[in-house]
Design a protein around this ligand. Structure first.
Ligand code: PSV
Ligand code: MN
Ligand code: MN
Length: 386
């Protein structure tokens, strides 16, 4: 698509979901550096998310993580979000922070622990009913550290049984997104290590089960856009957890480590018909040393820039170069789009939407950081870190 008006129209429809935990304090296992003005409650996280949406116009939903965002009344929390122009997005389950889960959760050898984990997942679906959320995002820390520690196949059977129970409980408009990660916290065998395992489970489960691609969850050198193309082709791509990595699961700002990879991913999304609400564009990041709200705004902008470039690829020219077997011309078409400076186009688009062309500068001018630093004392930890 090279028609700039059409590119702009498409970009206006893009929604990027921000994670509640990105607004809280986080760190590595060595240190959590607290920051002034950090939210003390789920409501304050929503207040901050509303700022990201106010300045970008592109972040209307917020993902919750349970129990990090536990409240008494989820419907009231959804109303609170609505009053701020937001909606609650994916509900992320957490079966990794309880002593009972030392040997796993839904794959644990003890049926009583598996029941506890499944009960939590079902509770997450109850929460979705109250919040109006469409997606349940499942990531399991399950795995083993040593060969022989447990039966790898039996663990897959236990996983399949738990997933089937949850799938059965989903409402007509609800989905479950299964996330894979090749290592950590398990260092020998992870029970959902790759897209193939996630896909095999989702295929058996049925239409409400989709795979979610966390861009930080692959071995170095993995061709993530190939995975994206394949999952889209199979109708099984549920969405993304965007972030970037230099080494492992670094959870840095998306597009920071490798903007070219993000462009290649977005190109396959566009090419594969994935630029629809069926594919959720979510961030899953932590901002350990940098200011959180501007980092999240920057991340939203990075996704928009990669998307704009992907939409600018001259697909007719690409197809004819490919058909002619002209390797260099085909590559040049793709690179031309990648090398385009789309920042003026996005600034113009924002101005057309009544926004400031420079969302980070507008946020800094707003005084929100100073206001919250004065009002909020004792910010909450995101859930990660020591
Ligand atoms: C696991 O590393 C993960 O990517 C999962 O999505 C978790 O729910 C999330 O991190 C929490 O940040
Ligand atoms: Mn993730
Ligand atoms: Mn992760």
């Amino acid at each position: 698509m090279t028609d700039v008006a059409a590119v702009k129209a498409a970009l206006k429809t893009q929604a990027i979901e921000t994670p509640s935990w990105a607004y809280g304090n986080s760190g590595t296992r060595f240190k959590v550096f607290t920051q002034p003005g950090v939210p003390r409650s789920p409501r304050e996280k929503l207040d901050d998310a509303a700022k990201v949406h106010e300045f970008t116009g592109a972040a209307p939903t917020v993902a919750l993580h349970i129990p990090w965002d536990r409240v008494d009344d989820y419907a009231a929390l959804a109303r609170y979000a609505e009053e701020r122009g937001l909606r609650l997005g994916a509900i992320n389950s957490n079966t990794f922070q309880d002593d009972d889960y030392r040997l796993g959760s839904v794959c644990h050898p003890d049926a009583a622990v598996r029941r506890k984990a499944v009960a939590h997942l079902l509770e997450c679906v109850d929460i979705m009913d109250a919040t109006g959320s469409r997606d349940l995002k499942l990531w399991f820390a399950d795995g083993t550290n040593y060969p022989g520690q447990d039966d790898i196949r039996a663990r897959q059977d236990r996983l399949a049984e738990a997933l089937a129970t949850v799938h059965e409980r989903l409402g007509d408009d609800q989905r479950m997104l299964l996330e894979y990660k090749f290592f950590e916290p398990a260092f020998y065998a992870t029970d959902v290590p790759d897209w193939g395992t996630a896909y095999a489970h989702c295929l058996k489960l049925g239409d409400k089960a989709r795979v979610v691609v966390d861009t930080g969850h692959h071995a170095p050198g993995t061709n993530i856009e190939f995975i994206v193309a394949t999952l889209l082709r199979e109708g099984k791509l549920g969405g993304f957890d965007f972030n970037s990595r230099f080494y492992a699961d670094d959870d840095l700002m998306v597009g920071a480590a490798d903007p070219f990879q993000l462009f290649r991913i977005m190109y396959e999304v566009v090419r594969g018909g994935g630029f629809t609400p069926d594919v959720a564009f979510m961030l899953d990041q932590c901002h350990n040393i940098e200011a959180k709200i501007p980092a999240i705004i920057r991340s939203v902008m990075n996704v928009q820039e990669a998307t704009a470039k992907a939409l600018l690829v001259d697909r007719a020219a690409l197809a004819s170069a490919q058909a002619a077997g002209d390797v260099l011309a085909a590559n040049a078409v793709l690179m031309d789009a990648y090398d385009t400076d789309v920042r003026p186009l996005l600034a113009e688009l924002r101005e057309e939407q009544g926004l400031d062309g420079d969302p980070v500068a507008a946020y800094h001018r707003s005084g929100w950081a100073a206001k919250t630093a004065g009002e909020r004392v004792g910010g909450a930890q995101a859930g990660w870190g020591a």
